[in-house]
Design a protein around this ligand. Structure first.
Ligand code: RAM
Length: 353
């Protein structure tokens, strides 16, 4: 069946990534993988001129998705002989918080900044200042306006991410009836791009499915939980919820799992297998999708290192190595990790992130 391919593909990719990262780490001169003070000297394996001190700035701290991404970042940074510090706001809808960390990184003269943007324009001025000061700016996961960064590491195409979620929910509700979206922050670049694509896909291929509401849980567990309750109250005929955020889908599943809507209102979206396992096993959720956040983080860090070393500049067609895999820069200085994968009761125990 269709899933077989995804299952094997992701397992193989996970094993490959793990082995190449381990190999690479084994060859490094032992640079610290754990967060280290910015401004420390690059390890001796790096070229003398390359400033491989990096700052990793997710949308928010305490989100398991970004914790997993950071593991990939750390492994890659260790492999290239650099150092990395993770900083970030507590909340996933705080671009002003991100701006202050960007300014600090610029003052510290880090070599590269790896950012998932809370807002595509609000952090732009700070990023432009960073670039002017010589910091390489790599966005990953959630982009800014393209002119504000050097490179964007995209987990999968917006079309692909939208389609997998629309395919799952429409098949679960018999391709007819009301659905709603529980998103992250209202200004999140990635979720907004995916929602736009989902609307297009629904209009083009699912005329009997009506999107009746889009609400925002701000990548905050409690807010997302409460918004789920609100959706069920406001839309008594609701047949499905799509939550394109790992924080949102886990909170919505927790709400549904003890409500009378369990098994009646379908839930899908983007989740981590570890957060969703119990809800797949108890029948609250049948299927959801994601990519490997660790691989995404590693790719972003390898790309940042290649930029710092001057091996790539962001031009379409340039190539660089991430572990033992080669990637090519596409249009708009964007690099694509791969395709989203579907998780369900048959494969969820094969994953640990
Ligand atoms: C949350 C964040 C992140 C998104 C995932 C799917 O963790 O909003 O940006 O990519 O969900």
């Amino acid at each position: 069946m269709m899933l077989g391919k995804s299952r094997v593909g992701l397992r193989a990719m996970a094993a490959l990534a793990a082995s190449s990262l381990l190999l690479a780490a084994g060859c490094s001169s032992g640079g610290a993988a754990s967060p280290a003070a910015s401004g420390s000297a690059p390890a001796s394996s790096a070229p003398a001129a390359a400033n491989l001190t990096m700052t990793f700035l997710p949308k928010n701290l305490g989100n398991p998705y970004f914790d997993t991404s950071f593991k990939g970042v750390q492994a890659a940074v260790q492999a290239v002989g650099g150092t990395v510090t993770q900083v970030g706001p507590a909340k996933g809808d705080d671009p002003a918080g991100q701006v202050s960390y960007i300014n600090t990184a610029t003052q510290q003269q880090v070599g590269a900044l790896i950012v998932s943007a809370n807002d595509k324009s609000a952090i732009c001025d700070a990023l432009t200042e960073a670039k002017t000061a010589g910091v390489k700016v790599v966005t990953f996961d959630s982009d800014t306006n393209p002119e504000c960064r050097d490179l964007f590491i995209n987990q999968a195409t917006a079309e692909g991410i939208a389609k997998v979620q629309v395919d799952i929910i429409t098949s679960e509700i018999g391709d007819s009836g009301e659905i709603a979206i529980l998103s992250a922050a209202a200004n999140a670049t990635n979720q907004n791009a995916w929602i736009d694509m989902m609307k297009k896909e629904l209009a083009a291929s699912h005329p009997n499915v009506k999107l009746v509401d889009v609400v925002y849980g701000n990548d905050d567990d409690q807010t997302s939980f409460d918004k789920t309750a609100g959706l069920l109250q406001s839309h008594p005929n609701l047949k499905g919820i799509v939550s394109p955020t790992t924080v949102g889908i886990a909170a919505a599943a927790r709400y549904l799992s003890t409500s009378k809507a369990k098994g009646k209102v379908m839930l899908t979206g983007l989740g981590t297998p570890n957060q969703m396992r119990e809800y797949v096993k108890d029948g609250t959720v049948t299927e959801f999708a994601l990519w490997n956040p660790e691989e995404l983080g590693a790719l972003a860090a390898y790309a940042a290192a290649a930029m710092v070393k001057g091996e790539i500049t962001g031009k379409e067609g340039e190539t660089f190595k991430a572990g033992d895999k080669e990637y090519t820069i596409g249009a708009d200085a964007t690099v694509l990790l791969g395709e989203p994968y579907k998780f369900n009761k048959d494969n969820i125990d094969n994953f640990n992130f």
